[in-house]
Design a protein around this ligand. Structure first.
Ligand code: BES
Ligand code: MN
Ligand code: ZN
Length: 506
């Protein structure tokens, strides 16, 4: 999907030439209250807005949508009032997320059909609010139409409508530029996750990474199957050997001339996870095209970072393989050798993500990183522990887990720190190899996976592991700026981490 430009203007809402004009409404004690940005529309309607909204049953609840015909009072024929919830609820972060969600919900509601242009006059009093409105709108406009020949009404699928954000805030242009970089990175991730796994496999995924690298000015190195075998990347070759599509390891690099620090991002890139010979049941496989969501997030984040240019070096590793049960597939009880020499007894071929990540983490020692973050759709246990929307963050220290989870939340993503309890490590003891890839007991599965990865982290490195099994893929109805399918999870978090390291905050 290509994103049309989002325009920024200071003009009055009533004269905004658009098919639909989006305004905000908050939940007052005595009913709906038009939000800042709606004053001009209210005046154009003879100050009847609150009464009209009230009569239509609007309350101002978060994401509630009320459509009003402007009757010619504003240049836009359709006014869409979107709920922002109660005013002064929670702090700055909550307010910005409320704006993103409202903008996303409203744009989603009018997107498609005959709407060619959308203007948003939501509260955008400063740069942060302007960015939130623009980002929510851009993400809400996203749709994945590659495989559709017609839309729901049987019409040919159309291009996405133009977006105009009304804001007079200082720094509004820069805010919209940031929003675009993040939205483009997330749209890339959504597209890659939503792509049929028959078309996205390691070779094509690596080609896609090369295309992105070329456009963004990132350097790229791709290790093909032979190079992986020669280099001793036993995790990638082991997981990939049951598939007709051989594995790849992609290394991307963004460099800033004045950088003082290097961050490594590594993302799990299983283009389809059947479980291998430890085959998943049919239901468990349905969402497994999303098992490359971590690698896609690293790619999307690097694209955004290349556009935003923080003063830091960033290296991205995308270990890619397809986990299939073909005749040459690895067997439960096979012993493999990870890059760097440690051996692993593969007792369950469905615990494959940790094997390809182990190769990438061990390899990253060569970059002497100041901080390593891996992101992975790693365990069903993450969903059990935190539900489908909250990522689990584990790290070399509890302080770092808290700091990384906080960076994610600062960027508008849900994440929570989790421990790596040492007593669970002995469950991974193997009778024949250095370590087994699964524990006998299932308790704390997300943490056990983290403890496994920890063994492959370069000595003394600061490292955090982010399990996005749930957040990467949304199976329910769309909400806010989140569509069904690929979500773009972890992109904003990684960009935030890179900027925080650049600015000495992390
Ligand atoms: N890709 C899955 C994890 C997953 C499950 C992601 C559900 C998204 C939704 C991973 O490779 C996997 O199969 N993990 C196993 C590990 C187990 C064998 C220790 C799991 O969680 O069941
Ligand atoms: Mn698996
Ligand atoms: Zn997997």
């Amino acid at each position: 999907m290509t994103t049309n430009p989002v325009r920024i203007t200071q003009e009055g809402a009533r004269s905004a030439a658009a098919d639909a004009l989006i305004i905000g409404v908050t939940q007052g004690t005595d009913g709906p209250v038009p939000a800042s940005g709606a004053e001009d529309v209210d005046a154009a309607l003879g100050n009847t807005l609150a009464a009209t909204l009230s009569a239509l049953g609007a309350t101002g609840r978060q994401d509630e949508l009320t459509k009003i015909s402007s009757g010619g009072a504003t240049a836009a024929p359709l006014i869409v009032a979107v709920g922002l919830g109660k005013e002064d609820q929670g702090g700055e972060r909550a307010r910005l997320e409320s704006l993103r969600r409202a903008a996303g919900s409203a744009v989603r509601a009018v997107n498609g059909g005959k709407t060619r242009s959308i203007a948003l006059s939501l509260p955008a009093g400063d740069a942060a609010e302007t960015e939130a409105v623009a980002l929510g709108a851009l993400l809400g406009r996203y749709s994945f139409t590659r495989y559709r020949t017609t839309d729901a009404d049987g019409a040919r699928t159309a291009d996405s409508p133009s977006l105009t954000v009304l804001s007079g805030a200082a720094g509004a242009d820069e805010a919209v530029r940031r929003a675009r970089a993040l939205a483009d990175g997330m749209a890339l991730v959504r597209d890659l996750v939503n792509t049929s796994p028959s078309q996205l496999y390691p070779e094509t995924f690596a080609a896609e990474a090369a295309r992105v690298a070329d456009g963004a000015g990132l350097t790229i190195e791709v290790l093909d199957h032979q190079a992986l075998a020669d280099g001793g990347y036993g995790g990638l070759t082991g997981v990939g050997q049951g598939s007709v599509h051989p594995p790849r390891l992609v290394r991307l690099a963004y460099q800033h001339p004045d950088a003082r620090k290097t961050v490594v991002f590594a993302g799990k890139g299983i283009t389809f996870d059947s479980g291998g010979l430890s085959l998943k049941p049919p239901k468990g496989m349905e969402a497994m095209k999303s098992d490359m969501g971590g690698a896609a997030a690293v790619l999307g984040a690097l694209q955004a970072i290349a556009a935003l240019k923080p003063q830091v070096n960033v290296v991205g590793y995308l270990p890619m393989a397809e986990n299939m049960p073909g005749g040459r597939a690895q067997r439960p009880s096979d012993v493999i050798t990870i890059f760097g020499g440690k051996t692993v007894e593969v007792l369950n071929t469905d615990a494959e993500g940790r094997l390809v990540l182990a190769d990438a983490l061990a390899r990253s020692a060569a970059d002497t990183p100041d901080l390593i973050i891996d992101v992975a759709t790693l365990t069903g246990a993450q969903l059990v522990a935190l539900g489908p929307r909250i990522a689990g963050v584990m790290a070399s220290t509890d302080e770092l887990a808290t700091a990384v989870a906080d960076a994610a939340r600062q960027a508008g993503e849900q994440a929570w720190p989790m421990p790596l309890p040492e007593e669970l490590r002995k469950g991974l003891d193997s009778t024949v190899a250095d370590i087994a890839n699964v524990a006998g007991e299932r308790w704390g599965g997300m943490l056990v996976a983290g403890l496994f990865l920890k063994e492959f982290v370069p000595e003394r490195a600061r490292w955090a592991h982010v399990d996005i099994a749930g957040p990467a893929f949304h199976e329910g109805e769309p909400y806010g700026y989140t569509p069904k399918g690929g979500t773009g999870a972890a992109v904003r978090m990684l960009v935030q981490v890179a900027t925080d390291v650049a600015d000495g905050r992390l």
